[in-house]
Design a protein. Structure first.
Length: 524
């Protein structure tokens, strides 16, 4: 049965299995804590979440105290404040106080609570205990034993979430510390999450270390495009450069976690970008204006419209991109010549990582694209190019050497009258194009992806597209207009509004309904 209790004078109803800290959080009341984490077991060792219970002589830890009927809880009484000050003073006795060089500065629990509880002067006069610093835990994790407050979140993460058990607690007394077990490294596919769960600066990422102060970073809510799981993320950026990705909570998709492949995949936003339209002049690609590139592409599509045009697209684009592409494809090609290329399956596990390394394969299918092309279908397209029946190939976000074979691709490209490559990044085979159209990456555009379960999820732009790149739907729209087709969407949202009336699976959908946590397709 639900429990009725009072927290700081506010009467609330809590789940009968809730602890005080959970009941308070669900009621909008925050209780300071370090070792407690909503997705990990209760350790109860930091003592920061102390509260006062009416009728009890001692302060209690709220993370491990169950709620009860008629319970009266005080989270900020004088006794509670004094108790937390004592806990903070204890935790800071041996802390190196190196905030000026610590990556956690600006988002550190010790800093935040220190300022909140007004500890302005240390009473500790003795020599601090010195522990191991800059310890290499694995390929991307660095540990500083002097900063560690022994909350054990990282240990519990490797025991309970990844179940890889690389970390443990060693020694006793003031020499106790976190370490990897002998012969082990912290190198599981989710190792980066230990940096997220660490409430202080004990665990830091080699990738992010000393790059930028966190107070210079802004964030945009988005979805990881690394596989069909669609983990919810925050994109942390400064000006027009992304510095890191952090998982964003969505209990229906990724809870609070993200794999390392997705976490460090942000580098494609900053590196190896195709930023400007290009057309072939002799043996080289030369930069040109977008309208010039569109006109050359549209002339080729118009001249060979129908069976002479092939389209091969990886489902890297948003639902909105693919909807506008489907309209363009219907006008310039035939259904058999429009291929959805997902690439070879990658690694998969039973937690988050999916074998399909595309964010929107499910969305493409829901929008009417045929099943991902098999090797036989790709071979059929290759034969059509070889035999000269397909004169124009429009390749979108595709690794052409992987699709057709590295050895065969250069010969196939030479058979084409026109190869149009639309891409955000340099991909194998793109240099053989006759026309290059630069598209924006996911951090530069608005739209939605549909994950493998049929959940439509929103991405938001962190900044404007680099160079002359444009969201893919805008390139399709402008290409269609150059071909003389009607259609003028003002925004990605306007496209989804039309999809909600034209595509049954997206019936009634809107950005407002999708929100931050997504919305399931109808009959996914």
């Amino acid at each position: 049965m639900p429990k009725k209790l009072t927290i700081d004078g506010k009467k609330i109803t809590a789940r009968d299995d809730a602890t005080i800290i959970q009941a308070a959080y669900e009621a909008g009341i925050t209780i300071p804590h370090y070792c407690y984490h909503p997705k990990l077991s209760i350790a109860g060792n930091c003592r920061m979440c102390l509260v006062e219970l009416e009728g009890r002589p001692k302060l209690e830890i709220s993370c491990n105290t169950p709620v009860g009927d008629d319970m009266v809880v005080f989270t900020n009484s004088d006794r509670v404040v004094e108790g937390r000050r004592g806990v903070l003073e204890f935790l800071l006795i041996n802390h190196p106080l190196d905030c000026p060089i610590c990556d956690q500065a600006g988002e550190c629990g010790l800093q935040d609570y220190y300022m909140q509880y007004g500890l302005n002067k240390s009473r500790f006069q003795e020599e601090k205990v010195h522990k191991n610093k800059v310890v290499d835990f694995g390929p991307d994790i660095v540990f500083d034993g002097e900063r560690c407050i022994l909350c054990t979140r990282c240990v519990r993460f490797t025991q309970e979430i990844t179940q890889t058990n690389e970390l443990g607690i060693f020694n006793r007394g003031d020499t106790v510390e976190i370490a990897t077990f002998p012969g082990k490294q912290l190198d599981n596919p989710y190792a980066g999450n230990v940096v997220d769960v660490c409430p202080v600066g004990a665990l830091t990422s080699k990738d992010f270390r000393f790059k930028v102060r966190v107070w210079f970073l802004k964030e945009a809510k988005s979805v990881c495009p690394g596989c069909s799981r669609g983990c919810n993320i925050n994109v942390h950026y400064n000006q027009d450069r992304v510095y890191r990705l952090k998982p964003r909570q969505n209990d229906d998709v990724n809870e609070l976690w993200i794999c390392d492949a997705g976490r460090y995949g942000y580098k494609s936003i900053n590196e190896q970008r195709v930023l400007y339209p290009m057309v072939r002049q002799g043996d080289a690609l030369e930069r040109t204006g977008l309208q010039t590139a569109l006109e050359q592409a549209s002339n080729a599509l118009q001249q060979h419209a129908g069976a002479g045009v092939g389209i091969i697209a990886a489902p890297q684009g948003t639902n909105e991109d693919l909807y506008v592409l489907s309209k363009l494809a219907n006008r310039v090609s035939t259904a058999d010549n429009v291929l959805l290329y997902t690439g070879e399956p990658g690694d998969e596990d039973d937690f988050l990582i999916r074998a399909d390394k595309n964010p929107n394969t499910y969305g493409a299918r829901a929008l009417g694209f045929q099943a991902p092309a098999s090797a036989n279908v790709i071979a059929t397209l290759a034969r059509a190019i070889e035999q000269g029946s397909i004169k124009v190939l429009y390749a979108i976000d595709t690794d052409l050497e992987a699709a057709f074979g590295a050895d065969a691709w250069s010969n196939l490209a030479a058979k084409l009258d026109c190869l149009i490559v639309q891409t955000s990044n340099e991909r194998p085979g793109w240099q053989l194009a006759h026309v290059v159209l630069p598209s924006a990456v996911y951090a530069e555009r608005d739209g939605t992806f549909t994950n493998f379960e049929g959940r439509v999820q929103r991405i938001n732009p962190a900044f404007a597209p680099h160079g002359d790149a444009l969201p893919a739907w805008q390139l399709y729209q402008r290409l269609g207009q150059t071909l003389g087709h009607s259609g003028d969407y003002a925004s990605a949202e306007a496209i989804l509004t039309e999809m909600a009336t034209e595509v049954p699976a997206f019936g009634g959908m809107s950005y407002a309904k999708v929100g931050d946590l997504g919305q399931m397709l109808l009959n996914p």
